[in-house]
Write a protein that binds this ligand. Structure first.
Ligand SMILES: [Zn+2]
Length: 113
């Protein structure tokens, strides 16, 4: 259930922001979730709904942007989308891809009213 901990973190960020902006409620929360972050979006939304009850974030719309897994070759420097967990560079013979995106889980934007 690490989605619960993530939802708590997101809620904390949103409530802090709303307080700073002297907002009445949180309208929307944009999240960036990497394909490889291991976060289950449905569980995250479910946890968030539960935690947000009775707070300024109750009823907030959550928009999730999924970030594809992209790697950069450690040898030739080219960037490729990583598919089927294939971490070998398709361009050169023995390059290995290091991930440059796809593992993130972050709050992208907040809209308050
Ligand atoms: Zn390469």
């Amino acid at each position: 259930m690490h989605e619960m901990a993530i939802a708590e973190g997101v809620l904390d960020i949103a409530l802090d922001y709303a307080k700073k902006e002297k907002a009445a409620r949180i309208a929307e929360i944009g999240l960036k979730i990497g394909e490889m972050s291991g976060v289950v979006t449905d569980s995250l939304l479910f946890s968030f709904d539960m935690l947000a009850k009775g707070t300024m974030a109750e009823g907030a719309k959550i928009t999730v942007h999924s970030v594809p897994l992209v790697g950069r070759c450690t040898k030739c420097g080219k960037e490729f989308p990583i598919e089927h967990y294939d971490f070998w560079c398709p361009e050169c013979e023995n390059g290995v891809l290091e991930t440059i995106s796809g593992r993130e889980m972050q709050v992208e934007y907040l809209e308050v009213e």
